[in-house]
Write a protein that binds this ligand. Structure first.
Ligand SMILES: [Zn+2]
Length: 657
């Protein structure tokens, strides 16, 4: 008789859940691994001479789980800001903190922490998207975990790139150097259609095609995104990115919460993989992806945790259980997304979705040795029934927990044995992570103390002060101003007519000043709206000086308002809010060779019906301010206002005495 063939590791006596196309389960099976690959999977015992033989009696051997979408380094931001709306969470917290803290070392540490958590919970492969993705790749490879690593490209400056040209160059360089690595598949990751330009989408697709690697992106995550796409491009998200030739590449699309059936078919025709992220979509209130429909149409759908900042963990057992339950709940149909299907999405189909289906996701000879061993002796797993062959799937999906994972192997290498991590120093990682959290806490606490700092943190204001001399007076009629403006003494340089809607945010500490959100509607001669703009002004409390009734102010920070009023309300969290609405005619005039702004305002709210004239000018020195104040006083007289008519209050203070 021939000597038995050799293998590195032989697992015996296991319930082998292969997750192959035929869903083969061996009640008492064996798996042989050699040279990093699975060489045999059989019921009964295998005739191999192994360096290491492990008796898996009472245990399940199954493929390692595939986390189809995450941002591993964000493990360091777990629990940083929760229960906020997506834009406030992302633009108000995540991005400012990332700009300040995200460096290669941060990314490496975060990925190590994430890998420790993923290994513990049975994940052997993850699809990632982040900044400094090379550090993710290095850390994952060192930890022995398989990963599709997507280098983020977006139109804004990012922690690892001053411009999108920089991030494209970084993506190309990363892909060129990591292509062909045994554990890491590099990819370009254009962040999302709404954070990318046409050029970014097209160039990333070309890059993926050139290097024959997948492309990782977020698609149709929120209703807002779809509405914006319809408004700006006249079509929903999928046809838009298709038009930009994104599907020339092998796309992995995360979320896909808001799709119509035509879009689903387009994704199927493009052989795109979908990453379903049920926890993240629920937590951020984005909705529930139509997963059952996608599966019915034949799409390839995996399951992902998304980053820990929106989950807040990387537990794929939780995620697949939720995916199954949620599909039933929204369809009012307990037969929707059965346990076996959920487990398929977390293994074989998930691997296909991230375009690694050839090498991982099931226990079959020829695939890499990516597997986990589950202990089914825990009380919550007892008893078990053998009558229904599908019982093992519901056992794993509905009863088992990530803490039942005892051993983890990836690419034939043990990463965990008897719940002990072999490639990562968990205690050191925890210490280092706590230290990062302390520094982020300190940064945010500093920022939260100042409205101005919060404004700057969201890219809201250039940090510059301005000084202004100003006077405001009540008028009985607008005619005196209109007459003076059309007279010979005053030269009009330009004029405009607006309808202004102001929202003032007040804060507990008056020293913070107050923040005004202004929406201007430009009106033409027929009072028709011809355009609009929104801007923010942070007004300091400081009145520097008074020259008679003319006041000198300082500390005004201007910024275009790129977010909605609702965003600023939720981000700044003011203690009080008041509205002012007015009709404004505005002239830039020259008088005695000096330029002034003249505002003729009809206050519509809070105190309806009143007319006011406001004269103001930028100033640079006390001397200049004094000179201008004298001219303003003279101008005011021409406008028919007496010094007695002047008021010091801002409009928002009138009617709130
Ligand atoms: Zn994501």
């Amino acid at each position: 008789m021939d000597a038995p063939p050799r293998c590195d590791v032989l697992l015996t006596n296991a319930i082998v859940v292969t997750m192959d196309e035929r869903f083969t389960v061996h009640a008492s099976g064996s798996v042989a691994i050699s040279g990093g690959s699975i060489v045999a999977v059989e019921n009964g015992s295998l005739r191999y001479e192994a360096d290491e033989t492990i008796d898996c009696a009472g245990r399940v051997v199954m493929p390692g789980l595939v986390n189809a979408h995450t941002h591993a380094p964000m493990a360091l931001l777990r629990g940083l800001a929760d229960d906020l709306r997506l834009d406030v969470w992302l633009m108000g917290y995540m991005m400012p903190v990332e700009r300040e803290f995200v460096r290669p070392e941060f990314v490496a540490l975060g990925t190590q922490l994430a890998c420790a958590e993923m290994i513990r919970s049975g994940t052997t492969c993850f699809a990632d998207m982040y900044y400094f993705e090379e550090s993710v790749a290095e850390a994952a490879a060192a930890a022995g975990v398989r990963a599709l690593c997507g280098q983020t490209v977006l139109k804004f400056p990012a922690p690892d790139a001053a411009s999108f040209e920089d991030s494209l160059a970084r993506a190309r360089d990363f892909i060129a150097r990591w292509k062909g690595h045994p554990l890491i598949v590099p990819a370009p990751a254009p962040h999302a259609p709404y954070t990318c330009t046409v050029e970014i989408l097209q160039t990333c697709a070309e890059l993926a095609v050139e290097f024959d690697v997948p492309l990782h992106t977020h698609l149709a995550e929120t209703v807002l995104e779809v509405e914006q796409s319809r408004r700006e491009h006249g079509m929903p998200v999928v046809p838009w990115v298709k038009k930009q030739r994104l599907f020339d590449a092998r796309v992995l699309a995360a979320h896909c919460v808001h799709l119509d059936e035509g879009e689903m078919r387009a994704l199927k025709n493009a052989h795109a993989g979908i990453a379903h992220n049920p926890t993240s979509n629920l937590k951020l209130g984005s909705g529930v992806a139509p997963v059952a429909k996608m599966l019915e149409l034949g799409l390839t759908v995996g399951i992902g945790t998304d980053g820990t900042a929106s989950n807040n963990d990387l537990d794929m057992f939780e995620e697949m259980r939720l995916a199954a339950l949620l599909a039933k709940g929204i369809a009012s149909d307990p037969t929707a997304l059965p346990a076996r299907q959920a487990l398929t999405m977390a293994t074989r189909m998930g691997a296909q979705a991230v375009h690694l289906g050839e090498i991982t996701g099931s226990l079959e000879p020829g695939k890499r040795g990516d597997l986990i061993v589950l202990d089914l002796d825990q009380t919550h797993n007892v008893p078990r029934f053998g009558r229904d062959p599908n019982a093992i799937y519901s056992q794993i999906v509905y009863a088992a927990k990530s803490t039942d994972v005892v051993d983890v192997m990836c690419d034939g290498r043990w990463l965990m044995r008897d719940r002990r991590l072999l490639t990562l120093a968990e205690d050191d990682l925890k210490l280092a992570a706590r230290d990062v959290a302390r520094r982020i806490d300190a940064f945010l606490m500093r920022r939260e103390q100042s409205v101005l700092q919060k404004l700057i943190a969201i890219g809201g204001a250039s940090e510059q002060e301005s000084f202004e001399v100003q006077v405001k007076a009540r008028l009985s009629s607008p005619d005196t101003v209109l007459d003076a403006i059309s007279g010979d003494e005053i030269t009009v340089i330009r004029s405009a007519h607006y309808h202004q809607y102001d929202t003032y945010f007040f804060f507990d500490d008056p020293a913070q000043g107050r923040l005004r959100y202004r929406e201007d509607e430009f009106l033409d001669a027929q009072d028709k709206v011809t355009g609009a703009r929104a801007r923010l002004t942070l007004t300091g409390p400081s009145r520097e000086a008074a020259f008679g009734s003319v006041l000198l102010f300082r500390s005004r920070f201007f910024a275009p308002a790129t977010h909605s009023r609702r965003f600023y309300r939720e981000y700044f969290n003011p203690t009080e809010e008041r509205d002012v609405e007015k009709d404004r005619r505005r002239w830039l005039v020259a008088y005695h060779g000096v330029q002034f702004y003249v505002h003729l305002d009809r206050l519509l709210s809070p105190s309806a019906g009143g007319y006011f004239v406001e004269v103001k000018s930028r100033t640079w020195s006390r001397r200049d301010a004094q000179d201008k104040a004298a001219i303003i006083t003279e101008l005011l007289e021409r406008f028919g206002a007496r010094p007695d008519d002047t008021i010091e209050e801002d409009y928002v203070e009138l009617g709130h005495a």
